[in-house]
Design a binder for this molecule. Structure first.
Ligand SMILES: Nc1ncnc2c1ncn2[C@@H]1O[C@H](COP(=O)(O)OP(=O)(O)O)[C@@H](O)[C@H]1O
Ligand SMILES: [Mg+2]
Length: 231
């Protein structure tokens, strides 16, 4: 579904992604793990076309999307929930969702009703300003906004960061539903091992810009964890 092939990226002289190769499969949750500052967000932005890469390919269903404009991702049904959520705080919940709807390739007119089933709190808060929501509610809004494009692939950058535990576990249930029932491919950037263990299928560990380990989440061993992840 998504094949990141030998990607190199630089911030000026700083070589941030080094020959990164990673595959995400349909209906699976692939976890990209690693400590702070190793390049996880940089990789997600490169996939989303928000940062140029120096070399390599980002192949989505057979097409190299690396040279294509960022807007192509929504057209191709790739949804994105950035780190820190990036919702519009001065717009209402409904308006934030309508921005997602605008990028929907099927030209739908309003948010799909399923997002209110997944996140009932958003229905109650439709007219509230994004900035008035709690961190957890904002994260639910950011995920719902990404679902408004009706994605077949969804990239989530640390969705549980700084959020109360009951909402984190709700987000986990939503990820399970998306992968198992809707067969969406999820690329989950995650530092917390228990969450990755619970919801992930495959893992990749990034360390200073290089993939240093990968495999099935069930095979993640203690040595690897101690060496590359902060636990
Ligand atoms: N816009 C930027 N310009 C220059 N360096 C950056 C920029 N964004 C991130 N970096 C640097 O690139 C490295 C990887 O950052 P990032 O991808 O955010 O890591 P992670 O998401 O794994 O915490 C870090 O050393 C960070 O300081
Ligand atoms: Mg990050």
């Amino acid at each position: 579904m998504l094949y990141i092939d030998n990607v190199n990226q630089f911030y000026k002289q700083s070589h941030t992604l080094k020959d990164v190769t990673l595959e995400c499969k349909e209906g699976k949750c692939t976890c990209l793990m690693g400590r702070n500052g190793v390049g996880k967000t940089t990789l997600s932005k490169a996939v989303m076309g928000l940062l140029p890469i120096k070399s390599g390919r980002i192949v989505y269903n057979g097409t190299d999307i690396a040279p294509l404009g960022a807007h192509i991702r929504a057209q191709m049904a790739i949804g994105y929930v950035p780190q820190g959520r990036e919702i519009f705080s001065s717009l209402t919940v409904r308006e934030n969702l309508e921005i997602g709807v605008l990028s929907n390739r099927n030209k739908i007119k309003k948010p799909p009703s399923k997002i209110y089933e997944l996140f009932p709190v958003l229905k109650d808060m439709q007219n509230r300003k994004g900035g008035d929501l709690s961190g957890g509610q904002q994260q639910q809004l950011a995920i719902a906004r990404a679902l408004c494009i009706d994605p077949k692939m969804l990239i989530l950058d640390e969705p549980g960061e700084g959020i109360q535990p009951n909402i984190v576990s709700h987000i986990g249930e939503v990820i399970d539903m998306l992968t198992k029932e809707e067969k969406i491919g999820v690329l989950l950037i995650e530092q917390k091992l228990p969450f990755a263990r619970k919801h992930g299928d495959d893992f990749y560990i990034l360390d200073r810009g290089s993939i240093v380990a990968n495999g099935a989440v069930s095979d993640l061993d203690n040595d690897t964890i101690k060496r590359y992840l902060s636990v």
